[in-house]
Structures are given as structure tokens and as C-alpha cells.
Design a binder for this molecule. Structure first.
Ligand SMILES: [Zn+2]
Length: 227
């Protein structure tokens, strides 16, 4: 849908100007990121939804329809929440990882939170979300892509650290979902192997991000793979 028409539709659906602006920013980021991975052809549609997004992701990739989706409702608030969530909580360490990994998690988490003292901008969050969603499309469309799994060996030290952080975050989420009575199938769907891989890549990018990344550097982030 062309831009003025889409924005009119969003306004009519009661989406705030701030949310419209964030949806636009994210759509532009996804389109750019998609071109870095796949070139000029085969741009799937990027659909903006206006319905409630409670408990659902504000961006997604639908493999069956080959389509990117953005949920406009309250997206600005969710992006701002994401700006805080990017920092790992050191105190999680003892609870969610095998004892042998706890001390290394503690030092990794301490280093990450030091690195992340400056809050990320909305543009930076959109960059990371776009990277995550385009990686999901690559998982389906990019022949030979090697994905990260909890037992993978990272291509470098940072990748190893990212796997540790994502493992911990997944274990924490698994326990939270179970405590909230979510069915096992739903838990497995939310934190499956595809999600693990995309999360490792976006974590890694978070710590390699700077405002003047070249296209080649962004491409290297998108194509990150285990050893
Ligand atoms: Zn995902």
C-alpha cells in the first residue's frame, strides 16, 4: 500500500502519530535489510496490522505467505520497552544456567551491561528487529545457511557469549511461560530453534552496531554462522 494511503488507514484505525512514525521507521528498516540479504528482486510485502498486539510480537515474518508483518498498535511503547530489555540482568545467572556456566555468564553479563550503558535509539532497535526478521526469512529461503543452536561453537568469542546469553534468556522464558500455565506446544513454538538462531544473530549485531556500518558489514552480520 502506498504511504499516504496506509497512514490514512492507520489514523482511521486509531493508531497514534507516534505509532505511525515507528511503524514507518520499522518498515523502512526491514526493506533496507531485506535488500542487503536478497538484493533488489523478490521483495515480499510488508503488511502493517492495526489489531491488538497483546502477547504477540510487534514484527514477524510469515513463511507460508512470504510476508513481513508489523503491528502498529502501541509499537512505540514496545520499542521503548525493547530499549531497556536489551540489557541482560546479571542476577539471573544462578537461576537459569547449569552451574558450570554460571561464572562465565556472570562475567559476560557484566561486560554486556557495561557496554550497553547508553540507551539505544528507536532507529537502532528498528535496525535490530529488521535484522532479526530478515534472518527468519533467510532461515527458510537461503540454501545452505548454517544456524546457531545451543551446542554450536561460535565463529568467535562474541558469538559464544551471545549463545550463552540467549540460552539463559530462553531458560528464563521457558520457566516463566510454564509458571503462567502456557501449554508446552506453545512454549516450544515461542522459543524454538529458529528463534534461538535469530536471537543469537541480533544479540551479536547489538554489540557490533555503530551508526556507520557499511553494507558489507551489515551483510556479514546477517550471514553470521557457527564455526
Ligand atoms: Zn523471531
Amino acid at each position: 500500500m502506498e504511504k499516504p494511503k496506509l497512514e490514512r488507514k492507520l489514523r482511521l484505525a486509531g493508531i497514534s502519530e507516534d505509532d505511525i512514525q515507528c511503524s514507518r521507521m520499522l518498515a523502512v528498516s526491514i526493506a533496507r535489510m531485506h535488500r542487503v540479504a536478497f538484493g533488489e528482486d523478490s521483495m515480499p510485502s510488508i503488511t502493517t496490522f492495526t489489531g491488538p498486539s497483546e502477547g504477540m510480537s510487534f514484527a514477524c515474518y510469515f513463511p507460508a505467505a512470504d510476508e513481513y508483518g508489523i503491528r502498529a498498535q502501541r509499537i512505540s511503547r514496545r520499542i521503548d520497552e525493547e530499549r531497556k530489555r536489551c540489557r541482560p540482568a546479571i542476577s539471573d545467572s544462578e537461576k537459569f544456567l547449569p552451574a558450570a556456566l554460571c561464572s562465565s555468564y556472570r562475567s559476560v553479563a557484566a561486560w554486556f551491561s557495561e557496554r550497553m550503558k547508553a540507551e539505544l535509539s528507536r532507529e537502532e532497535i528498528c535496525f535490530l528487529i529488521a535484522l532479526h526478521e530478515v534472518r527468519h526469512r533467510m532461515q527458510v529461503k537461503q540454501a545452505g545457511l548454517r544456524m546457531f543452536a545451543p551446542q554450536s561453537e561460535g565463529s568467535d568469542h562474541l558469538a559464544d557469549q551471545c549463545m550463552l546469553l540467549v540460552s539463559n534468556a530462553f531458560e528464563k522464558a521457558r520457566r516463566r511461560y510454564a509458571a503462567n500455565g502456557k501449554p508446552q506446544a506453545e512454549i516450544e513454538r515461542r522459543i524454538d530453534s529458529l528463534e534461538f538462531d535469530a536471537c543469537v544473530v541480533d544479540r551479536y549485531a547489538l554489540h557490533r552496531f555503530h551508526p556507520r556500518l557499511t553494507v558489507r558489514e551489515v551483510r556479514n552480520l546477517l550471514f553470521l554462522s557457527p564455526r
